[in-house]
Design a binder for this molecule. Sequence first.
Ligand SMILES: N[C@@H](CCC(=O)N[C@@H](CS)C(=O)NCC(=O)O)C(=O)O
Length: 216
Amino acid sequence: MITLYGSLISNYYNKIKLALLEKEIAFLEQPVAPSQNEAMLRRSPLGKIPFIKSDDGYLSESQAILEYLEDAFPAKPLYPEKVLERAKCREFIQHLELNVELIARRLYAEAFFGQTVSQEIKNEVRAKITMGLTGLARLMKLSPYALGDRFTAADVAAWPHLQIVSFVTQKIYGQNLVIEYIQGVAAYIKLIESRPYVQKLGEDLMAALAVKLQNQ
Ligand SMILES: N[C@@H](CCC(=O)N[C@@H](CS)C(=O)NCC(=O)O)C(=O)O
């Protein structure tokens, strides 16, 4: 049995939760916040979430987890068969995480945690996200899924990350940069959100956000 540790409002957590749901792997969810305590650092070396526990042991880093799940549970594959197509999924995810999500992350302090991000940082982040999204658009096929006619690992990562980057850019800049720079992405998001497991993920996320807002 897999146990998924982390928070329902984390996009990296939801990447793994969606993979588990779509692959129909039985799992338990264990809420845990990022932390620097020793027990946590033994399971996730920088105290980040998500991480999982399987019969084989603990594992952190969402991409390593995603690939472990694919290797350990080959039924209902999320990666295509052809080697290059598999690599294209990894290329897409790496680009999305390094050049879009990690850049947008610098705005989360203001968007979610009531802190202030300087105008200088906002301008710098906007220029970099714009560049990252323009590159992502070059990789995306949207025919109708991110990389072709099959739902893959690329879509599992795309939904949680694009959803948070959309929200944050709308909040900070008054413009949804994802919609602006990836033509056709709105129809794509709608398609992904028509999937029953994505709906379940979205409902859990909204419920967790409502609780968080109530407690703020
Ligand atoms: N590269 C990591 C990123 C995970 C990540 O940044 N998680 C956030 C929550 S969404 C976190 O734990 N932040 C706390 C911290 O950075 O200390 C992954 O793919 O799992």
